[in-house]
Design a protein around this ligand. Sequence first.
Ligand code: UDP
Length: 402
Amino acid sequence: MGLNIAMLSIHSSPIGDLGTRDTGGMSVYVREVAQVLGRLGHCIDIFTQHNPGQQDPVIDLYDNVRLIHLSGGANENIAKSELYEYLPNLLFDLKAFQNRQRVTYDVIHSHYWLSGVLGAMIQEWWHVPHFVTYHTIGVVKNRVSPTEKESEVRLANEKTLADVCDGIVVPSANEKEYLIQYYDALQDKIWVIPCGVNLERFKPMAKAAARRQLAFSNEAIIVLYVGRYSPVKGLDHLFKALSYLKHLDQLRLVLVGGDGEHSRMYEHLQSVAKGLNIQDRLVFAGRVHQKILPVYYSAADVFVVPSHYESFGLVTLEALACGTPVVATPVGAMKTIIQDGVSGYVADNLDAEHFAQLVEAIVLKQLKGVLSPAEIRASVTRLTWTRSASLLLEAYQAQSEA
Ligand code: UDP
């Protein structure tokens, strides 16, 4: 029999603008697994915070999947930093929705700590299994992030959540270790379930055709970054690495994502680039719709992940599925999804010169034509969202029967 699943994705909507400040891999995750679970006959209600531009609070997203907007009494979109205070109001709205619809749920799956806190409140009321996916862990972020610091409230709530929830879903073994080490999470309740990639959307196209479409020169050496412009993503580190590659005068770094030319992060990156004298090597492409991203991945010679921290790193899978090799820092699931020398390299550490050498090694392989896009894609075709969703179901069902 199908399960009724309540997914909480309070601070970030699964239909938000990907690549902007608070909207990235988590939204993709929620959307993709909900879609597969719905297709398998389960009913999923995803709860997110009110969007003032959205007239109808309930949207049918996919077969058996609804997106429900909760306002918590606020007229405006509530800033992430203030959302914690609003959680009791959102709980009130959620209860009201449930009473109106007369729906009961078999399992709660919360995404990110703010949803987790709400999930824990509901758990006391519904008495059904509560799963949490942290997406990032505050204490780890604080250890690695050069500038941003996560609040004590977040850290304390994340630790409590690890204790009170019934199951924790993590996308990589690293995350499991962190939860055990920093929050004393019990290993038996942690499920390591890798993320997936949409193989229909992310597939290789001919490099020349992709470059023509984007007006990139055939002679250029294209290094591509896709993601939010958050300090934890290591763009400063990447720029420094690039400064060691000035001898490759055809090299261009294309940056996809971010919050536009008026954002603080954009200005910061411009000034770092000027300081390193690499500003002429950069192409800021802005946010790109996921449907167009395969063209960027296919146009690139090498895709880079310079992050200080990732819980998984979806963009790596997307690039590999498009047949493009990846050079990454040793974060998230990189060591398990990148095959050394075949589909890219994982750096040993966060040294910028070392990162630059790995990028250059891939560039040389590309110039010699020794990398196979088909082989690179084949290395990740087992990692589908269908697989992730069926492993999630196993976890839900095991916990329901416990
Ligand atoms: N993304 C996008 N357009 C952009 C930038 C990013 O569609 O301009 C998507 C990208 O395809 C990926 C997600 O945003 O699926 C980012 O996920 P990832 O796990 O790499 O990073 P996170 O945002 O979770 O830190």
